[in-house]
Design a protein around this ligand. Structure first.
Ligand SMILES: CC(C)(COP(=O)(O)OP(=O)(O)OC[C@H]1O[C@@H](n2cnc3c(N)ncnc32)[C@H](O)[C@@H]1OP(=O)(O)O)[C@@H](O)C(=O)NCCC(=O)NCCS
Length: 195
């Protein structure tokens, strides 16, 4: 099964119903759909230079993050992308994000992306979130291949990918521009079935 939208047959009319991201429990945290009210918490830690220094994020502004949250929510219906908020289960506060920045239902492939507030680094939280997001997408039959592109200097993110079973592919020279400079990235992937 590789469906991006659920179809409900009612009498002779076929109605395409909107996709809703599942809630995935991650210990004391949860991957849940974004809400408009998450923008301030997301922006607060993305503005920390440690979070974006080894990424191709453009300069962080409240306007940029508000529009990205709006787009993230709008993309859920037709599964154009699927980024979850990573929130504390106790009070629902966003402390990270994890999910698929690009999703191709036709190819059964998607690009993984994630970020975490620095106060939560070093506890294995993102590795658990990545495992949950990838396991869900493959086990549900949505994806066969998950890709990730990581700047060659991003040691923490490389460690997350290798800890969660991603395999390194090639070095992509000058793959994405960061701070006005074309930077080298590694491609990583997890493939459920190949051949
Ligand atoms: C990439 C990023 C999410 C990684 O965060 P992280 O906290 O290092 O990763 P995890 O949450 O998986 O935690 C792993 C750390 O917890 C430790 N840990 C503790 N318990 C653990 C457990 N049960 N399982 C796994 N790791 C555990 C690991 O040893 C590791 O510690 P170390 O870094 O001191 O070796 C974070 O650095 C970040 O947000 N960076 C900025 C954004 C970014 O680069 N995004 C990716 C773009 S490609």
């Amino acid at each position: 099964m590789r469906l991006s939208v659920a179809y409900i047959k009612v009498s002779r009319t076929v109605i395409a119903s909107a996709f809703t991201p599942p809630h995935l429990a991650i210990g004391e945290h949860v991957l849940r759909p974004f809400r408009s009210s998450d923008a301030a918490d997301w922006c607060a830690y993305l503005a920390d230079p440690r979070v974006t220094e080894h990424t191709s994020w453009p300069p962080i502004t409240p306007e940029l993050i508000t529009s990205l949250v709006d787009k993230t929510i709008a993309d859920y219906d037709e599964l154009k992308s699927l980024r979850w908020a990573l929130a504390r289960a106790s009070d629902d506060k966003l402390v990270g994000s994890c999910g698929y920045a690009r999703w191709s239902a036709e190819q059964g492939s998607a690009e993984l992306a994630y970020d975490l507030a620095p106060a939560y680094w070093g506890f294995g939280l993102m590795s658990s979130a990545v495992r949950a997001a990838v396991t869900w997408a493959i086990d549900a039959g949505y994806l066969n291949r998950v890709e990730a592109f990581v700047m060659t200097t991003n040691e923490r993110s490389i460690a997350v990918l290798e800890r969660t079973g991603f395999k390194r592919g090639s070095v992509l020279k000058g793959f994405r521009v960061a701070g006005g400079v074309a930077r080298d990235f590694y491609s990583y992937s997890v493939v459920a079935r190949a051949g």
